[in-house]
Structures are given as C-alpha cells and as structure tokens.
Design a protein around this ligand. Structure first.
Ligand SMILES: *[C@@H]1O[C@H](CO)[C@@H](O)[C@H](O)[C@H]1NC(C)=O
Ligand SMILES: *[C@@H]1O[C@H](CO)[C@@H](O)[C@H](O)[C@H]1NC(C)=O
Ligand SMILES: *[C@@H]1O[C@H](CO)[C@@H](O)[C@H](O)[C@H]1NC(C)=O
Ligand SMILES: *[C@@H]1O[C@H](CO)[C@@H](O)[C@H](O)[C@H]1NC(C)=O
Length: 400
C-alpha cells in the first residue's frame, strides 16, 4: 500500500511536469482516420488564424483506451458518450470541460421511454412482474441500463449478493426479447435465463433468434417497437423519437405501415400513462449529449481553448466548420453533427449526466458490494462500466 502511495505521488508529479511543459497545447484522442483528418484540419486552421494554444491529435483504440491515455497524460481530451462519461468519472476520476448543446433542451440527447399498446389497460411501470418486455439489446443504454436501473431503483427487482442482473431480470419478467443476452460474450457460463429470448422471433426462416444484430427482427429500437406492435411484448423500452421514426411512411416494413400513433401510449415512472408527445414529463431517463472528458485539473484550460475554437469555427458558413463532418466520409467526428454549440461544464461529471440518468447507472454499482467480492458474475456486472482488467486492479487495491 505504501509503495502504491509513493508511486502515485511520483506519477502525479510527472504529470504536473508534463503539463507545465505543454501548457498551451491540447492533445485530442481521436478514434478513426476520418476523425484524425478533421482534427488535423482544425489544428491547421486554428494555427492559421493565430488562435492562442495549439491542438495535437492522438489515435486511440477505443473510448476506454482514450480514458487511459487521458489519465496518464498521453492525451488531454476526448469527446465521449453518456455511458463512457460515467465510466471515465467513476473508474478513472476524470471530469468534463464542455458538453454539446443540440438545438433542443440544453445538454439532453434523447429520452428513454416505455411504450405500450393503448389497448393494454391496467399496465403500470410500478407493477411489471410477469409481464413481457422488448429491449433493443443487451447492455445498451436504452434497452438495458436505463430500464433495469429503473426496476432496481423502484425495488421491483433485487440482484442479491451475486449481482447477477440477467438472472434477476429473467425471474422478474414473464418472457422478453433481449437480443444478445445468450451470446457467450454476455453469458460466459451459458446460464442466462431462456425466457429473455422468448419474445424474439429471429429472421424470416426462424434462424438467428435472439441475435445481437438486425437478423433478429426484434433487435434495435425499431425492433423493440415492432415487438410491442405485433403483440408479443407488453412494453418496449425505446427512445422518444423511435415511434416518430417509424410511422407515416418513414419505415416501409408492413408492421410499421400498419402502425397508428393512436394505438400506442407511454408508461410513466410514477405508474400512470401518457400520450406519446408527453415524453418530457413521462420518461425513465433523460440521456445527456456527448461531452469532453479531461483530467480534473484541466477543466478550465481545455474549456478556454474550446471557447476560442468555437468562436472562430462554431458557426462558420464558409471554411472549416467545427460541428460539421462533411467531406470526411463519416459523421459525428470530434463532436456530434447535431451540436449547436458547446457549453462549459462547471460542476462534476454527474451534474452533466443529470439526476435521472445517474440514478439508473448507480443501480449497477450493486449497492457498493463490488469491492468485497471476487466472483465472475460480479466482475461481469462491473464490466458494464469498467473493463474487467481495470476492475480486477481496483478489486485488489481497494481503489475506486
Ligand atoms: C482548414 O480546413 C479545411 C477543411 O475545412 C482544409 O481543407 C484546410 O486544409 C485547413 N487549413 C489548414 C491550414 O490546415
Ligand atoms: C498511457 O496509457 C496508454 C493506454 O493504456 C498506453 O498505451 C501508454 O503506453 C501509456 N503511457 C505512459 C507514459 O504510461
Ligand atoms: C457565432 O456564434 C457565437 C457563439 O458561439 C456568437 O457569439 C456569434 O454571434 C455567432 N456569429 C454569427 C455570425 O452568428
Ligand atoms: C429512485 O428511487 C428513489 C427512492 O426509492 C426515488 O426517490 C427516486 O425518485 C427514484 N429515481 C428515479 C429516477 O426513479
């Protein structure tokens, strides 16, 4: 333990030294060649305009790799999605410098809602026991993290000492479609409950049932909606936009052409129900937009630099556009293309994630039991947020 402390102190000094040397430069962790090209163009344009500071672009392998690089000072910043922001904050002690504001409510990307047929009377989100449910996929924000977090938070399911979420969910619902729940990657012991695939239908030839891809016709948000529209599930967990993306000819599949907005309703967390356009008050969680992950001591420095960049390139109609990915052959590079502007994040990362979403994620911390047990299931539960190897280190050192 003492050795560990010494190592930390030294490591911290090294980082500090490194920072002093490079005070004016921000190195951005990018995930693809297209993102790297946009980053380099931004760096070149910023230098050409004599914007104070400089930008470097560093290739990362994944969001987790970028977190490691930011933590050890190899990189300074990266844009990340909501689930990754939570992992970066909880497991790595990182924080946020800025977040995206899209043209709707500040800092909110979408709402996770529970949708049911209007004809299903007497349905309540507070009494879901034995009902059937349709989920876009295992370990997705919309289809797993938020709805299961809600069921834990409302004490409808209890994961017990084992922290075995699939088992608890299987015992709770009558039958469900959770695509991918039986994949070896998510079910290493092969004992995840079968009823979590019983509302799945596979492809036209009854193959690929419960597959974690589009061959399973109940996969994804449209698939979960279809599962309820076709009467297999009582409730679907989807985005508030999913329904509007699939009606009025936006989806040419026959199940969607038959669908009428009047046929469906939202189920609210307080047990009541509401019309489809009432998602702002009737949702399970408001999922925040992407934000820029940095080390705590860099919050201010990186924000100042981003502020200068967005003043120069944030609403350019000619020249380099900070929030456009046109010309790079991909979308959402560095920032989401839907971004209107960046706003400073003054509080901790949890303030950006917001109370409803943070509450849902906290359910997966398994009531603080994670640091005390070493079972495989527990590690699998922990892997929702932290990589296994990282968690193993935490378990052994008692950190996090
Ligand atoms: C500025 O950005 C444009 C793309 O918008 C790029 O073609 C150009 O090379 C960049 N300029 C510099 C100096 O890097
Ligand atoms: C920092 O972390 C990255 C990612 O894990 C690793 O590749 C790199 O070697 C590390 N650098 C230092 C200086 O520790
Ligand atoms: C561009 O955006 C900045 C804020 O990002 C704003 O202050 C400025 O007025 C905008 N300029 C134009 C021409 O819209
Ligand atoms: C979670 O549960 C607590 C107490 O049971 C409740 O006060 C809170 O509103 C719940 N949060 C959500 C988002 O449902």
């Amino acid at each position: 333990m003492f050795k560990m402390l010494l190592w930390c102190l030294c490591w911290k000094n090294c980082i500090q030294f490194h920072l002093n040397l490079q005070l004016r430069s921000v190195s951005w962790c990018v995930l693809s060649g297209a993102e790297e090209r946009k980053c380099l163009d931004l760096a070149g344009n910023a230098t050409a305009l004599n914007i104070k500071g400089s930008l470097q672009c560093i290739r990362g392998l994944s969001a987790r790799d970028c977190m490691d690089k930011i933590k050890n000072g190899t990189a300074d910043a990266a844009s990340m999605s909501a689930d990754d922001i939570y992992a970066a904050g909880l497991c790595h002690g990182l924080d946020l410098a800025a977040g995206e504001s899209h043209n709707r409510v500040d800092g909110i990307s979408y709402y996770v809602v529970a949708m049911a047929r209007r004809s299903s009377s007497d349905l309540s989100l507070l009494e879901m026991h034995e009902l059937s449910s349709c989920h876009p996929g295992i370990r997705t924000t919309v289809g797993w993290t938020v709805p299961i977090g809600y069921l834990v938070n409302t004490s409808q399911i209890s994961v017990g000492e084992q922290c075995n979420f699939p088992k608890a969910v299987g015992n709770f619902f009558g039958y469900s479609c959770v695509p991918g729940v039986k994949d070896p990657q998510h079910d290493p012991r092969g004992n995840n409950p079968r009823n979590l695939c019983e509302a799945c239908i596979g492809d036209e030839n009854d193959r690929h049932i419960c597959a974690n891809n589009h061959r399973e016709r109940h996969y994804g948000e449209a698939g979960a909606l279809r599962c309820v529209a076709e009467n297999l599930g009582d409730v679907a967990f989807v985005k508030h936009t999913t329904i509007f993306d699939n009606v009025d000819g936006n989806n040419q599949e026959s199940w969607a052409l038959d669908l009428e907005l009047e046929d469906l309703k939202l189920l609210c967390p307080d047990g009541t129900d509401a019309d489809l356009d009432e998602y702002e008050r009737c949702h399970l969680a408001a999922v925040p937009t992407n934000a820029v992950v940095v080390r705590v001591e860099d919050k201010c420095r990186v924000w100042k630099y981003l502020e200068r960049l967005q003043n120069a390139f944030g609403n350019a109609t000619v020249g380099f556009g900070l929030f456009s990915s046109a010309g790079y052959g991909a979308s959402d590079l560095l920032f989401s293309d839907a971004t209107h502007h960046l706003q400073r994040v003054l509080g901790r990362y949890t303030s950006w994630l917001g109370p409803s979403y943070t509450t849902m994620l906290q359910a997966f911390e398994c009531e603080g039991k994670i640091p005390y047990a070493f079972t495989l299931d527990l590690l699998m539960a922990a892997c929702v947020h932290c990589s296994c190897s990282h968690y193993r280190v935490l378990l052994m050192t008692g950190f996090c």
